[in-house]
Write a protein that binds this ligand. Structure first.
Ligand code: DGY
Length: 322
């Protein structure tokens, strides 16, 4: 008979992932419908062999100290900036994430934000609900044409590349910036052109961020970068809030330095930088990148498999990141 390791799932996840874990492990679900408080997390993780964590759980040294037997932190997200990777690695704790399964959902959401802010859909909805729509008019509520415009993709991993497919359908010119450049043959195959970060900012009508959040990418977009963008350009962020200096963005949006922004993620989630909510030229989604029923099921399954793969020798491969 196998031993049954103890696993904490910090909050309730879709059923299939949870039941898979329960087949092999003693599972504690932290909370049904809210994130755990820090105190609860520190208490519940005691004595656990594995944890399935949310991106809202800070998995740092203190948490790892509370669980000396911890062997795996399986993050229910592709991003893992909530985990102190250096500390986990030092202790021999595996860290895993859920890539691939959320690529399309996240690119779809980035696309939805891009379309929304360009065509002023949510802004129009607000106006309509207030009974302020008087009549159809030739110059009423004009937006930016997406078809044929220039998309600048910053970060060219899975989700960045998934943007290409969408942009091609809109006959867009596609430029990208990434730490590593593709081969000319690959660029040609995909229909993309590499630009330096500064050139991309100056050239793109839409700048969409798809880089991971790290020390190096903290405030990748600040006042200087915003001032390099076209006054008619839009900024889209579905990655992590910390990529943007939100105060600088607020100023740029207020002063018309750029035309608008579509945001799904924020520096101090779920708090917004005060003032953002008053602006008409920004669409503010509440971190919905992977939020489809289908994707969240797959993430739960993937995250559960990752726990099992790390705790048992014969349960396949995990999406290990360290
Ligand atoms: C991720 O997986 O990192 C997403 O932000 C979750 O929605």
């Amino acid at each position: 008979m196998r031993n049954r390791p103890k696993v904490l799932v910090s909050r309730k996840i879709p059923f299939k992932g949870l039941s898979l874990l329960r087949e092999y492990c003693e599972v504690t679900v932290g909370a049904e419908d809210r994130m755990l408080t820090r105190k609860e997390l520190l208490k519940l993780i005691e004595g656990k062999d594995g944890v399935l964590s949310m991106l809202t759980d800070q998995m740092d040294k203190e948490v790892m100290d509370a669980a000396p037997d911890l062997k795996v932190i399986s993050n229910y997200a592709v991003g893992y900036d909530n985990i102190d990777i250096t500390e986990a690695t030092r202790r021999g704790i595996s860290v895993t994430n859920t890539p691939d399964v959320l690529t399309d959902a996240t690119a779809d959401l980035a696309w939805a934000l891009l379309m929304d802010v360009a065509r002023r859909v949510t802004e129009g909805d607000r106006l309509n609900r207030k009974g302020k729509w008087k009549e159809w008019a030739p110059m009423f509520h004009l937006g930016k044409e997406v078809t044929g415009s220039v998309l600048g993709i910053v970060g060219f991993g899975r989700i960045g590349r998934a943007m290409v497919k969408r942009a091609l359908g809109f006959d867009m010119e596609i430029v990208y910036f990434s730490r590593t450049r593709l081969s000319p043959a690959e660029e040609q195959r995909l229909g993309v052109r590499y630009l330096s970060f500064t050139d991309l900012l100056q050239h793109a009508d839409f700048v969409s961020l798809h880089a991971p959040y790290t020390k190096e990418t903290h405030h990748l977009i600040g006042a200087d970068e915003l001032s390099r963008m076209k006054a008619t350009a839009y900024l889209i962020n579905t990655s992590r809030g910390g990529l943007i200096d939100e105060k600088a963005l607020l100023t740029a949006l207020r002063e018309g330095k750029i035309a608008g922004a579509g945001l799904d993620v924020y520096e101090m989630e779920p708090q917004l930088t005060p003032g953002l909510e008053k602006l008409e030229n920004v669409v503010l989604a509440p971190h919905l990148g992977s939020a489809t029923r289908e994707t969240r099921e797959l993430m739960a399954w993937r995250a559960a498999k990752n726990v099992l793969a790390e705790l048992f020798d014969d349960m396949g491969q995990s999406n290990r990141v360290n």
